[in-house]
Write a protein that binds this ligand. Structure first.
Ligand code: SAM
Length: 173
């Protein structure tokens, strides 16, 4: 399993970013999103997409994100522009994720040093500053080697039928 921990959330400013971290995690093959209580309001939008377009995907709220990090049993990846290049460490991460659930931490603003210290890999998607959403997307795509793009969805109400032009959405029986 892959669990994404969204660390930090500035009310007002980060609303769409946090929602998009969740939607990107879901679309690109993660199993669960851990959100801090301050971001609880984002849950509904993400759950609503899962209800309509399928899962499985869970959103969990936690009062103690650092507590979750400290007690995590499997490997931990922290996405940060200061980390080791994804292309250098992805094989190692893939191998360890085969054995145990992987926690992927993404920040909003400054991330406490403890996270750098506890992570098994501090991983950069380039060493340029950009976005947690973009970093998460590229990381998951490397982790799953593109296979997440062909993933099946369960309990969907709606399914998009790809078209060259226009939009087609079908109800799933
Ligand atoms: N300046 C903040 C710091 O020093 O921790 C980071 C702010 S950045 C907008 C928000 C999040 O995006 C970071 O916590 C990190 O998870 C992610 N991020 C930004 N650039 C990244 C990169 N090149 N590689 C991996 N993650 C990145």
């Amino acid at each position: 399993a892959v669990v994404v921990l969204r660390l930090g959330h500035r009310p007002g400013r980060d609303e769409r970013m946090t929602t998009h971290v969740g939607l990107t995690a879901r679309a690109l093959g993660a199993d669960r999103l851990l959100l801090e209580s301050v971001a609880e309001g984002r849950r509904e939008t993400i759950d609503d997409i899962t209800d309509r377009f399928g899962g499985p995907f869970e959103v969990e709220i936690t009062d103690s994100p650092l507590g979750r990090l400290r007690s995590w049993k499997g490997p931990i990846v922290h996405l940060t522009m200061y980390g080791q290049p994804v292309q250098r460490v992805e094989d190692e991460i893939r191998a360890s994720h085969r054995e145990e659930p992987l926690l992927v931490v993404v920040g909003a603003e400054k991330v406490p040093f403890e996270v750098y210290d506890r992570a098994d890999w501090n991983l950069g998607v380039t060493n340029q500053p950009h976005s947690e959403i973009a970093a998460l997307a590229v990381f998951l795509d490397h982790l799953f080697d593109g296979r997440e793009l062909d993933r099946e969805w369960t309990d969907a109400e709606k399914r998009v039928i790809p078209k060259e032009t226009g939009k087609r959405v079908e109800d799933v029986e």
